[in-house]
Ligand binder design. Structure first.
Ligand SMILES: Cc1ncc(COP(=O)(O)O)c(C=O)c1O
Length: 454
């Protein structure tokens, strides 16, 4: 059908394996290091925080990991997710490009985050823990984990970044509806939170601080584990269900993408969409450009340093080799709370260093302009995070209008923005601004990177 909007898969067509890109890369990413010994961390170092099944997935050299039946059963509540052809957006832009978006907003949390929250809760429950702690920025990840914990009978405690906690009160209500308890971060419940509050009682928080608080809380209780919503290999692995489905959907319409675009906070939705296509690219079957889009206010790939750094602000995590702005860099409180992370997934950082992908940074005003165009044509109000990917798609589609190229563009519309209407109010009222991030501000946190002589 020429004007088909939705390319769907039957539940029976849903992929049953996650894809691990590492064995297909020319070299593996540098390992995480123990900050004391500077030796690669072993499974026993991670055991206080994660169940062994997830630790083994973190380091697996297998290309595929079977998705457990219990997880497939929950996935089927919203998966396979639809792939849309954005005909109405294309017409509005007057572009010959074909724009496709894989929509993850139909999940229980309204984003891609349950794709990993469900298996993480499953493996934790299987290992016998009774409670999971976590951080959340925009609230999408906290909501996803709260939902997943409710499914597998686990307690869930969430530290939400202060700026988002204040700006998105109903995200807390959804997390509580799923049974989680939620704290504003920095909080006075942890040593790391108290230290920050002592200097600034109104601190807006950051993902790095919220991670420190959740890790600290988990480490104190034997039956508690911690869960991370992005960055780590096993999280990216779980998200590859997105790209595996998209490959099947593209086969149904007989097209292949020339450009794959995704927003990057810690990198999980971008990896989930693009890694299965990268497999096909490395095998010589297709040759798409793969482009990450980050906020101009938190540009770890485009303006950060590739170095070993902590994943959190207090320095509790192993050292990760990644593109980083420095573990105590506090981004401006832009509306895309899920993109306010100082680092980038080590696996994505490595793939970027290998030259297998590219990155751009875009300011939030252009992103919200793109979101409004998208909402008024396609009828979906995007979460602030994927507005970055949409802005990059629109840039490319307008370039195609100039050149006449019929490029096929694929993006992940990784969440809806129904709890982010304060951000839209700010844009529509003309109050939203793009603050300039100076080189001086970027230089300062880098002076406090861990000093490592390897
Ligand atoms: C809707 C949405 N998109 C993207 C992100 C960024 O995370 P990641 O880069 O891991 O996909 C978040 C994080 O909270 C999010 O909520």
């Amino acid at each position: 059908m020429a004007n088909q909007h939705k390319i769907t898969l039957d539940e029976s067509e849903m992929p049953t394996r996650w894809y691990n890109v590492i064995p297909d890369l020319p070299s593996p990413p540098p390992p995480p290091l123990h900050p004391g010994t500077l030796q690669p961390v072993g499974p026993e170092d991670l055991a206080p925080l994660f169940p062994m099944d997830l630790i083994m997935q973190e380091v697996t050299s297998e290309s595929y990991v079977d998705i457990p039946d219990e997880v497939l059963d929950i996935y089927r509540l919203w998966r396979p997710s639809p792939l849309f052809r954005a005909h109405r957006l294309e017409q509005a832009l007057g572009t010959p490009a074909h724009i496709y978006y894989k929509y993850e907003g139909g999940s229980p949390a309204g984003s891609h985050k349950p794709n990993t929250a469900v298996p993480q809760a499953f493996y934790n429950a299987k290992s016998g823990v009774t409670k999971i702690t976590t951080e959340t920025g925009a609230g999408q990840w906290g909501t996803a984990l709260a939902f997943a914990c409710s499914v597998f009978g686990l307690e869930c405690e969430v530290w939400q970044v202060g700026a988002s906690y204040d700006g998105k009160p109903y995200r807390r209500s959804v997390m509580e509806t799923f049974g989680a308890s939620v704290h504003r971060s920095p909080s006075d419940l942890t040593e790391s939170g108290r230290k920050i509050l002592a200097d600034d009682p109104d601190h807006p928080g950051s993902l790095g601080i919220a991670i420190s608080e959740a890790v600290e809380a988990a480490a104190q209780v034997e039956s508690s584990h911690y869960a991370l919503g992005s960055v780590l290999n096993h999280v990216l692995l779980h998200q590859t269900i997105i790209g595996e489905e998209a490959l099947l959907q593209f086969a149904k319409v007989g097209e292949t993408p020339d450009l794959i675009v995704g927003c990057t906070g810690g990198g999980s939705n971008f990896a989930g969409l693009s890694f299965p296509f990268l497999r096909e690219k490395l095998a010589g079957n297709i040759n798409p450009t793969i482009r990450a889009v980050e906020p101009a206010a938190c540009p770890s790939l485009t303006r950060g340093t590739y170095a070993y750094d902590f994943g959190d602000t207090a320095g509790f995590t192993p050292l990760l080799k990644m593109h980083t702005l420095g573990h105590d860099f506090i981004p401006d409180p832009i509306h895309a709370g899920g993109l306010r992370y100082h680092g980038m997934s080590p696996l994505i950082s490595h793939i970027y260093e290998l030259g297998l992908m590219e990155a751009v940074a875009i300011g939030q005003l252009e992103c919200f302009e793109a979101a409004i165009t998208f909402a008024r044509t396609e009828g979906i109000v995007p979460a602030p995070e994927p507005t970055h990917a949409l802005a990059a798609c629109i840039r490319e589609a307008l370039a195609c209008k100039e050149t006449g190229e019929e490029k096929v563009i694929l993006t992940a519309l990784c969440g809806h923005g129904h709890f982010d209407m304060a951000a839209y109010d700010s844009y529509l009222s003309g109050e939203m601004v793009d603050d300039v991030l100076t080189d001086e501000r970027l230089a300062d946190p880098l002076t406090r990177l861990p000093q490592i002589d390897l």
